[in-house]
Design a protein around this ligand. Sequence first.
Ligand SMILES: [Zn+2]
Length: 242
Amino acid sequence: MNPDLERLIALQNLDSKIQELKAQINTIPAERERIEARFNDFSATHTATRTRLDKAKAEQRQLNHELEDVQARHEKYKKDLMKVRNDKEYTVCLREIDSSKKEISLMETKLLQLMEEIEKLEKEVAQYTPEIAERRQVADKELALCDQELGEAQKTVDLQTQEREALLKAINRSLLSRYEKLSKRSGSALSEAKNGACSTCRMTIRPQMLSEIRRGDQLIDCENCSRILYYIPPTESVANAE
Ligand SMILES: [Zn+2]
């Protein structure tokens, strides 16, 4: 086969492999995002429960302080009651004792409700915590696989790019510029002649032209898509079977 044609075929093979790998590399950030999103979806419910628990505990602390104040006020009025000097003071004292008692009872009811809520939320949090840790581990493992895949693909791209650079030096400039123009315009510069047709545009090749392509000693363009046609003989086992 014409050495130029041989090199162009090798170049196109490399280019398509590099292109494939780059496409694979480009899918990795989205894959990483999917992994994180799946974990976040799962942990969102858990995070909401934790937030509710923290809020309930803060409320409980606040209410305990307020209760202490009201209880102190209640005790003070009870002592004052022993020292009243007239009916008016007595009535005021009794009214305060009564109202603080009601307040204490309301607060105690509210505290009991809070305690029950905290207990329930703590149970939920305790139940979810190991599962969250497990899911995080799974996500981290998947992310590590993504990184590994990315590293390997990038390494192969680098190697193949080096190989490509070396190959470019051996191809004459005008042929190379034709190759580049064609691949930029049509996605590929060369097309295999297979089953009597251009395998890319499916145009039937005239028999005379086909035998020239089979000889492979010159560059022949497809009359329809302008790609450079080449012919790969069937492998031996297939050839023997024919
Ligand atoms: Zn064609």
